[in-house]
Ligand binder design. Structure first.
Ligand code: AMP
Length: 173
């Protein structure tokens, strides 16, 4: 029921800066039925995919990644902004419109050859998810799919993501 989920996502114009329409998912997750719908939709898509780990991107990816990993019987791995993880890390930097950003993961988070499902709340330009995929490969994991609750199709981030990986998004704009 993507349209029922869409109805619960709120548009906040000019956040965090002028010209951006922020897709606010807090109104979706505070509704128990909607949160359950999102989690069940993702679980259904990947229940037979043999996923070893769900890798969730800070911070809204954590919200959806945790119940999904639980449902799939997979482990949960967190991909964080620099300086947050306590043990030895690997990192990947990527270009933003102005400047660069970096994602980090513990170096020993994934055993070689394990199948990883990457998850984030939203696909915009695709920079974050592409960097996160590179990070998964860097530590020896195999990114087999990427899941988003929301896809901003008009930005065409999908075309920048690795093409040999399954991309799933529940709500599209
Ligand atoms: P990108 O790397 O451009 O695909 O951006 C994706 C990341 O930025 C995700 O973690 C989103 O949470 C966040 N993001 C980008 N644009 C928006 C938006 N319009 N509304 C909400 N979150 C956004």
């Amino acid at each position: 029921m993507p349209e029922l989920v869409k109805a619960k996502i709120r548009d906040i114009p000019d956040f965090p800066k002028p010209g951006i329409i922020f897709k606010d998912i807090t109104t979706a997750i505070k509704d128990p039925e909607t949160f359950r719908r999102i989690t069940n939709h993702m679980t259904e898509k990947f229940k037979d995919a043999g996923i070893d780990y769900v890798a969730a991107i800070e911070s809204r990816g954590f919200i959806f990644g945790a119940p999904l990993a639980y449902n799939l019987g997979a482990g949960l791995i967190i991909i964080r902004k620099p300086g947050k993880l306590p043990a030895k890390v690997e990192q990947v930097s990527y270009e933003l419109e102005y400047g660069t950003d970096t994602v980090e993961m513990h170096s020993d988070a994934i055993e070689p050859g394990k199948k990883v499902l990457l998850i984030d709340d939203l696909l915009a330009t695709g920079g974050t998810a592409t960097a996160a995929c590179t990070l998964i490969q860097k530590v020896g994991g195999i990114p087999v799919a990427i899941a988003f609750v929301v896809e901003l199709s008009f930005l065409d981030g999908r075309s920048k993501l690795p093409q040999d990986i399954e991309i799933v998004s529940m709500v599209k704009y």
